[in-house]
Ligand binder design. Sequence first.
Ligand code: F0G
Length: 485
Amino acid sequence: MSSVQNVRFFSGENIPLEMHKVRVVQKLSLPPIERRLSAIREAGFNTFLLNTRDIYLDMLTDSGTNAMSDAQQGAMMQADDAYAGSQSFERMHAAVNEVFGKEYLLPAHQGRAAENIIAKSFIKPGNTIPMNYHFTTTLAHIDLNGGKIAELLYDDALRLHSDNPFKGNMDIAKLRATIAKEGAGNIGFIRMEASTNLIGGQPFSLANLKEVRKVADEYKLMLVLDASLIGENAFFIKQREAAYQKNSIGDILREMCAQADIVYFSARKVSSSRGGGICTNRKDLFDHMKVLVPVYEGFLTYGGISVREIESIAVGLRETLDENVIGQSPSFIDYLARQLDKAGVPVVMPPGGLGCHINAGEFLSHVPQEIYPAGALTAAFYIISGVRGMERGTMSSVRDENGNDVFADVELLRLAFPRRVFTLSQTKYVEDRLKWLYTKRDLIGGLRFVEEPPMLRFFMGRCEATSDWPEKLVQAFRADFGDSL
Ligand code: F0G
């Protein structure tokens, strides 16, 4: 895949051409490397604790950071402020109806709030939730409600460099075996996550989702779809699944959602700064969940989202149907991943959604999982580039009941591409600095926790370096780049 809009270049290069122009900009600065070293130290080597003042490119996440369209901003000016019965909510409801094909909608202030309501409504202590793979906040809510997860990817999905186009698929034989082992009565629901976040934004195929649906029907189990990154998954289905190449993104989205009893999403991914929702065509499920919305979120017609954001979600959801919009971030990720791959930098292939994922386990093969290679690479990359990525490895995992680390299946540095935010020259800068860092990888050491919260520790935990490797890295940078920023 190259650019989304099928423009071929005379040079034969695959250049992801932007199908938008930029009219509102935010000034950036690149602090010198010595300041970056102090900043990451002050932040306990945790990029979540950095201030954007010290960041050049913020590639932490796409959540709440995608660029808004002029149509979204325009819609926000016409919001209907009301605690109850807001017409803005009616417009979001209509967009959900059109895009996801679901009749009933419950608003929530963001994706994890939707997860709270679903987990509280349908998980009993001791239940198992089979899923393709967990997301951090999903696991936390299942855990808090006494459930446990069964991750049922095909064995080869964790081979980071492969040509499997659908690593997010659920292994149907494993699903059947899990149901047989646990008993259908002990399964809260089956969960499928679109563009499976923690394994590198990897999609599932529609054929696979339909197989999962069949098994759910057989055992009368509910299928819940995490649609936070559904647009990207639909885009990959159109690109990679032969049966759907002629379908529109809209058709694919509705077909995906039609397989699920409940679809929930974080609306922070559709350029809104807040919001989420749960939708279904089943009135019984809607009625069962709706009592929790006023308790945790707010009244049923705003659910903790401001009316202006509700308007931007309504427009943003419809914009997801445009291939040039939904394909913008995947095509930049594709570009960067292929450039790095060509240069031998270990990167997740095929490229996925949300971000370019660097295989920290291989990049830092000399750093054992006990001292967090993905965390170390994330900190090292920030120091030498001013680019903030996110650790997606053992630090984002948990400890077992004996206090031992549960090593993550994959150790990744995620460099998110919020939609329509970064330019190609900024992408080239990231490529350049990663290539340089790869040549200096032996200098990088590990991290250890000095402050470790008991849950979702990656958000607020603080670490120190296991040696003076950060200083050595700065010296190597100065030796090669002189007084360059
Ligand atoms: N599910 C998935 C697949 C997600 O990627 C996210 C958020 C959530 C649920 C929770 O949504 O943040 O609105 O509460 N992912 C962001 C990320 C935070 O950076 O990966 P939320």
